[in-house]
Design a protein around this ligand. Sequence first.
Ligand SMILES: Cc1cc2nc3c(=O)[nH]c(=O)nc-3n(C[C@H](O)[C@H](O)[C@H](O)COP(=O)(O)OP(=O)(O)OC[C@H]3O[C@@H](n4cnc5c(N)ncnc54)[C@H](O)[C@@H]3O)c2cc1C
Length: 520
Amino acid sequence: MHLDARQEDNDSLIEGDICIIGAGAAGISMALEWVDTAYKVILLEGGGFDYDDKVQELYRGVTTGQNYYPLKSTCLHYFGGTTGHWGGLCSMFDPIAFQKRAWIDQSGWPFNEQELLEYYKRAHSVLALGEFEFEVDYWLKQNPSLFSMPLDQNVFWSKIWRYGVPTSMKFGTVFRDRITNAGNVHLYTYANVVDIRTSENVSSISEVTVKNHSGKTQKVKAKYFVLACSAIQNARLLLASNKQSSRGLGNHNDFVGRYFMENIEIKAAELWLKEPNRLQLYMNNPPNFRAELAITPAKQAEYKILNGMLSFVPLEKARKIPPFIKTWTSDDPREDRKRQGKIYEDADGTRISRFFESDAHESFEVTLRLEQAPNPLSRVTLSNEKDELGVPRAHLHWQFTDLERRSLRKIYEMLGEQVGIKGIGRIKLQDNLQDENDNSMPSSTSGGWHHMGTTRMNNDPKKGVVNSNCQVHGIHNLYVAGSSCYPNGGAVNPTFTLIALSLRLSDHLKRKLKEEARFI
Ligand SMILES: Cc1cc2nc3c(=O)[nH]c(=O)nc-3n(C[C@H](O)[C@H](O)[C@H](O)COP(=O)(O)OP(=O)(O)OC[C@H]3O[C@@H](n4cnc5c(N)ncnc54)[C@H](O)[C@@H]3O)c2cc1C
């Protein structure tokens, strides 16, 4: 059922069993799990069904530190959330992403990859990605003309990625009818949550306040609340809800907003082959898979580096594609997306894909997607300016540790070494990477618009914001869905994993509600 909060009575009260705040990848994946159940679900979405600049303007913020995109355009603020712009690339986190690594401070999840396997399978089906298959051998068997790069498997391996066909799934389009036709899911659009109120001792949420530009306001009460507004906004809302707890909710230990992580995208090397090749396994292949070159856990441990993945684009194409950080620069995400699309067009207007290839080439640009080390100084705080609904705007300070620079140099060096030893060709490194004393990041350094870590998960309240069930420490009925919960981001795009985690959270809440019903 769909309701527009602008048409509802001012000062009215909305009540349900579960209140999900935010209808993007996380919020919609969760809500779908509750369709046609006995529970009343309130799904609060700040925007409408389409882009609305007044609502998008609420995302404007300040950035400092490492050069980043304008906050107004990194995420989308309407039904479907940022899936309106995502590329749909999905892969599973490597087991090492979940492990405590002695050389990476604050690394490790409270559980291992096995805990998420069942949920990855379910997320895969939500995303309609076809058969659940991430083993490279499977795809090589199906396609005998493909082959992995002949490098030492103790150093590099080929990791499979999947993506949506014909295009990446826009949740706002694909799931709109299922959500709005569900009698028990009450979707309120133009319902921006601006404040979260707690009981007197701040141990439970009593209600949230909803506002929009019409000037109306409503209150929402529920047994459980799930914050699913994306990593920057989740932190912002917790910090801004500071009337009863001056540091903000879940923030006794000053972790909310800290440990902001991205997948760092760097184009700093070229691969020159002895014999021209298509490197077809690493390009888009039917039905919907391609590989990236990944680093073995043993080598990450030996060199004490972060995880990273390498992809290849024919150099003649790559030279026409500037780094994202140089093109995604306006405040209007639609303009940025359009500009990006144009870059992938040939002069005659035919659409090209950086990962579609029919010819052999002797040179390729090598892009590294690098894991970011958890860093408390990389963080989201509140700025002094407020948005039109009275909420302080977000201030993102993006900052790396020394490990990122050292890892990126080492990973490219390892590739150069392997390509040389195997006699395949050679790697040409960008000048500033060749200088060991130069600690600057390459000018191409971009983010993947992948925001993580701002409500990090740890079972010890002194080390994190949420526990392993995504419950905010100390507040029994407040949960967080999304990549803000990641204690480590890994080198893999975040959305597949955040959907898996949201489905797991959904199961947890269903169990809780059932248990409670037994005692009534
Ligand atoms: C250009 C681009 C390409 C990308 N490509 C990929 C990719 O290939 N693979 C990948 O894994 N990821 C990709 N991503 C990232 C992906 O889009 C995000 O990881 C994902 O959408 C995050 O899901 P989410 O539900 O946490 O947040 P969102 O999808 O952003 O949803 C948050 C929702 O909450 C709503 N909301 C926010 N604040 C409030 C509030 N106060 N009250 C009520 N509602 C609110 C918003 O309107 C929105 O609907 C890409 C992103 C971009 C921009």
